[in-house]
Structures are given as C-alpha cells and as structure tokens.
Ligand binder design. Structure first.
Ligand SMILES: [Fe+2]
Length: 495
C-alpha cells in the first residue's frame, strides 16, 4: 500500500535563490503512508528489528518573510515502523499553532530567526518573534513524540504510530511563560524520567526540569545565568544534569543598543553547571573550561570523583547576526554550516566534583557532528558513538563514523556520490546483549537517483554497508535530529 493521505501546497517562489530552500533542502508537500508490501526493498529487513525510527527536519511551506534561515522551516516528521521483517513509512507536518495559522492565511505570518523585526504578531522562541516550527528535535517519552525547535517550543506532541497530533500534557502551560521546551531533552530509560531545559531573554535566562515516566512535571527550577545565552544541548548522568553557559552570545554592548550580534568571546571561559538531577540553582556546581561552543553531546557519565562529558566542540563558531540582514546574509549562513571552518570534533571534559577542576582532551581530529549513542546507555559509561561525516556542501552528511571509545578504534561508511544521510540511531535487535548488537538506521537522500531511502546498517560493522534499503515514495529534504523508539516503549515508559 502506498497511500497519499494529504497534500499541502508549497508556495515558495521559483525565483527564490536561497540555497537552503533548493536542491537537497527542497520541501515536499505530500504526506504518505506506505508499507514494504508495496515499497521497493533492496536486501532484507531484519526480523528481530522492532520499533520506530523517527526523523525531524525543516520543510518550509510558504514563501518566507525576510531572509530564510535553514532552522526556520516547518517541521516534518518521517517515521519508519519496523516489525516482523516489514516496515511502514509515514511522513506528516508537525501541526503547530503557527503552522495551522499560516495554513489558514495561505502565507507566512511570522519571520524566521534572522529578522524578528519583520514580525507584526507575538511569536515563539527565546526572542518571542518567530514561528514555532518544531522542526529541530524529536524524542519519544511516555508514549508520545515531542517535536521542538532549538529556539524553544510549545509542547508539540504526536502519536508515535500515526504521527497524528496528541493532546499536549498539562505541564505545557507551566513552562510556556519561560519559552517552553528547548530541543535536546534526554530520557533515562532506567527511570523513565525526561530531563529538559529552556532559555529566554528574561532573567534568570534558563529553567531546568524533570518529567516523571508518566510525563508529569516532577521538578522545575530557575537557573540563574549572567546574561542572555543561546545554549543548544544538555548532558545527563544517573545523578546529575550538565547545563551549558558558553561564550557564544549576543554582544552585550550592541544588545544594549538593540542589536543582536552573536559573537564568540574567546577570552570568556565556557561554563558548565552540574546540578543534581532534582537539585536547585543553589546546588549547581559550576566548572570553567576552554572557551568553546557545543551543538551536540554524545553522552555523559560518572566515573569516581569525576563527571565525564563527551561531544563535539568548536573553538570557531559562526552565526549570522540577528536583525536587518545585509547583502551577504546567505554567505554568512553558508559559513555557519562550513564544517571545514568550524571544525566540530569529538572532545572529552572531565569535571572533578571534589577539586572543582576540569580536564579536557580531544578524542579525534576529524570533523564530525550529530553524535548519537544507544538509548540504553544514556547517562551511563558507554563504548560507542555514531557520528556524521561531512561533505563540502552545507549540511551534507556524507557518511558515518563509529567511535569505539574503549579500544580507540573507528569504523566508517560513506553513502556514496550524490547521497546525503541523516542523523543515525542505534536500534538494538530483540534479545541483544552487547551495546552494538543491532542496527544503525538513517534516511539517505540520493540527488542523482532523485529518491530517498531508509538505510539499515549492521551496528557492529557499519563498514559492510547496508543490510537493507527501503525506497521511500518521494525524495525528501535533508533533516535535523532523529530518534529510535524501542518496540516496548512505543506505548509508554517501561517503569
Ligand atoms: Fe541540535
């Protein structure tokens, strides 16, 4: 069965030359449900693979108001549900309040993150001006998907089986005044808890919270930062969470004049606040480290007196200024995504809870990002991280690199010419014992064949190439973050 469920008209003008709306970013408007009884499958889908791979991404519908940034587009989820050697694909827009209002109007009503002054109505995000597109992150918790954007979202929840909108949990109202929920919340599969944060332009500038396994707001506290910040990720261990205060911020002098220019202050230390999982602002122990910016962590864990944090660091971050854009706005965005210049790569921070000292070391010299780990090891000592490798076009994920952090060895697999991947996730086989006893799943868009695929690799040896490739009903744009929902967590947490 390949069923076209709905079609949303894309109204982006043909003469819009913004490269983040064309080629491998080209939006799709069709929403499908399709099964592998009808879709072409190359290879064999493993029978011991049970669960749902879900990928989010920005899929702009309307001609944008002002200069479009690639984080502005309407969120669209693509899900592949595996069971008994078969799979079912579906894709749906995240029907946020802003999306529905723009569907009613037939045009863009809110500007994006670069030109908030063009807005004439109250919006969302830390600045409170853009549309909540919910196109950045997705994770499943308590039987519902949560889709968010990096600038903080309302609680956009969906059914993981159907991708239909779900009733938001009541705690949405408690956090809305603080900006909502930022992308990069973490689930502890042992307790079923979800840890999250948000940030805004009003003191105390950050909040931190914990949901219980039934999505009740168990803990929610203000975190005092020295000023407006733009953090992106949060680390968790079994007993702590790690909050980021990084020196890539709006220049305070310009901000006082109403200009928002994100500037990297290489004379300001990076600060990491380690808070007991259910602690308060007064319990935070702050550590200083080399000035840097971090988009994504691979994982964190405790080891003796130390809290270990691993992820991809840059000491040369870039971002266009927010405000009236110059003629070179597009080039600045291209520079932002030029991984050969920003050189994000794997790094380890070790925070000594007794001495207050930080140790740091690079783990690799090759540029990688979008690191992911096995869900069962989030917050615990782990061995493997699966990171994206980059090509020379913006946001072109040319392959995967598997780090074995115990043996200090790596594996790699490149998707091939004209083929661009998505954030990959590990799906354990049923009955798995080892951390990598299963599969690595991603979505690949092939610009030469003009198609997209769900690609399944052997997690123990990604260099072997695909075990199976499922050809999707349409070519889809490259995406942002993804998640794996284990078969026994689709309807709720295990505890
Ligand atoms: Fe992110």
């Amino acid at each position: 069965m390949i069923k076209l469920e709905n079609e949303i008209k894309i109204t982006i003008r043909e003469d819009n030359q913004n490269p983040f709306l064309r080629d491998h970013f080209t939006s799709v408007g069709k929403e499908y449900t399709a099964t592998t009884d009808s879709l072409k499958v190359i290879g064999e889908i493993p029978k011991d693979l049970h669960g749902i791979y879900v990928r989010n991404g920005h899929n702009q519908v309307h001609e944008p108001l002002g200069v479009y940034h690639s984080f502005d587009g309407d969120g669209m989820l693509h899900a592949v549900h595996f069971e008994n050697g078969k799979a079912e694909y579906r894709n749906r827009f995240v029907r946020t309040t802003g999306f529905l209002a723009e569907q009613g109007a037939g045009k863009s009503l809110w500007p994006g993150m670069l030109e908030p002054h063009l807005g004439s109505r109250r919006g969302w995000g830390s600045i409170g001006a853009m549309k909540d597109n919910a196109g950045t992150d997705v994770i499943c918790h308590a039987g519902k998907l949560i889709a968010t954007m990096s600038q903080c979202s309302e609680l956009n929840q969906l059914d993981p089986r159907t991708l239909d909108p779900a009733e938001p949990d009541h705690w949405n109202l408690k956090i809305a005044q603080d900006g909502g929920i930022c992308s990069h919340y973490k689930v502890d599969n042992d307790t079923g808890e979800l840890m999250f944060f948000n940030f805004s332009e009003r003191p105390p500038y950050m909040h931190y919270g914990v949901l219980d396994s039934n999505s009740n707001l168990k803990h929610y506290v203000p975190i005092e930062l020295p000023g407006i910040r733009w953090p992106h990720d949060l680390g968790v261990t079994k007993n702590y969470s790690i909050l980021h205060d990084l020196p890539f911020i709006f220049d305070p002098e310009l901000l006082a004049k109403g200009e928002r220019k994100v500037t990297f202050f290489d004379d300001m230390p990076a600060r990491f606040g380690i808070i007991p999982r259910h602690g308060t602002n007064e319990d935070v122990k702050w550590f200083e480290a080399t000035p840097c910016f971090i988009l994504h962590l691979s994982n964190c864990y405790e080891k003796g007196d130390e809290v270990i944090m691993e992820g991809c660091i840059t000491t040369n971050p870039r971002k266009p200024a927010v405000g009236k854009q110059d003629h070179d706005a597009i080039q600045k965005m291209v520079n932002q995504f030029d991984k050969s210049a920003t050189r994000y790569r794997m790094h380890r921070w070790a925070f000594n809870m007794k001495t207050g000292k930080t140790r740091e070391e690079y783990l690799d010299d090759e540029v990688t990002e979008f690191p992911t780990v096995n869900n069962e090891y989030v917050g615990k000592p782990y061995r493997y991280s699966y990171n994206a490798l980059f090509g020379d076009k913006p946001w072109w994920l040319k392959g995967l690199k598997k780090f074995d952090l115990l043996s200090n060895t790596t594996q790699r697999y490149e998707f091939g010419e004209g083929r661009c991947g998505s954030e990959a996730h590990v799906a354990l086989r049923e009955g798995a014992v080892d951390e990598d006893d299963g599969y690595v799943i991603t979505l690949v868009t092939d610009m030469i064949e003009d198609q997209s695929e769900c690609v399944i690799l052997d997690a123990k040896d990604i260099s072997r190439g695909p075990i199976a490739r499922i050809i999707l009903p349409h070519r889809i744009p490259i995406g942002a973050h993804a998640c794996w929902v284990e078969g026994d967590r689709i309807d709720g947490e295990r505890v």
